[in-house]
Design a protein around this ligand. Structure first.
Ligand SMILES: Nc1ncnc2c1ncn2[C@@H]1O[C@H](COP(=O)(O)OP(=O)(O)OP(=O)(O)O)[C@@H](O)[C@H]1O
Ligand SMILES: [Mg+2]
Length: 156
């Protein structure tokens, strides 16, 4: 059984959110899975932008809403960013996702994971983002002890 650790982080701007993502992304080793949950415009993609920066990718993260997935690489690692918004059935992408989830050189970040919940590993980081003001967001982060290295250096 895994007991989740829970922490709350507040940001006051998209840049601050990116900085949080950057800290988390700087600890990536490969194999991590991050599920992002919020309403539209909550800041999932903004956080992902930071994750890619932290990984060391120089490509600017854009929303994959219409392409479903985008890949960002740095050295031997790659981060695949999925967005299943509006998809009732992921089709062949489910297979692609499983490959990415099980590759130890790949970090998988997923927005709107409702249609692929069944293939997500238990050992993952789940981040719920809540809009607490025009530019204020609260990040509620759950993760197992085995992934706590990702949160090093994050202030509460
Ligand atoms: N503290 C904040 N953190 C993140 N984004 C913020 C913050 N304050 C304002 N914003 C703005 O909120 C919007 C967040 O958009 P973003 O695309 O990241 O959301 P999303 O959750 O990915 O939405 P979608 O579900 O449509 O993909 C951006 O326009 C960003 O500039
Ligand atoms: Mg998005």
């Amino acid at each position: 059984m895994t007991t989740d650790i829970h922490r709350l982080i507040n940001t006051q701007s998209a840049l601050e959110t990116e900085a949080v993502g950057k800290k988390i992304g700087s600890h990536f080793k490969g194999g991590e899975v991050i599920e992002l949950i919020s309403d539209l415009g909550g800041g999932k993609t903004a956080l992902t932008r930071g994750l890619a920066e932290g990984l060391g990718s120089t490509d600017r993260v854009m929303s994959p809403t219409f392409t479903i997935s985008r890949v960002y690489s740095s050295g031997a690692l790659q981060m695949v960013h999925y967005d299943f918004y509006r998809l009732d059935d992921p089709g062949l992408l489910r297979h692609e996702l499983v490959e990415s989830l099980t590759d130890d050189r790949t970090i998988t970040v997923i927005e709107w994971a409702h249609v692929v919940k069944d293939v997500l590993p238990k050992e993952r980081v789940t981040i719920n983002i809540r809009k607490t003001g025009e530019e204020a967001r609260e990040f509620s982060i759950h993760y197992p002890e085995s992934l706590s290295y990702l949160m090093k250096g994050l202030e509460t």
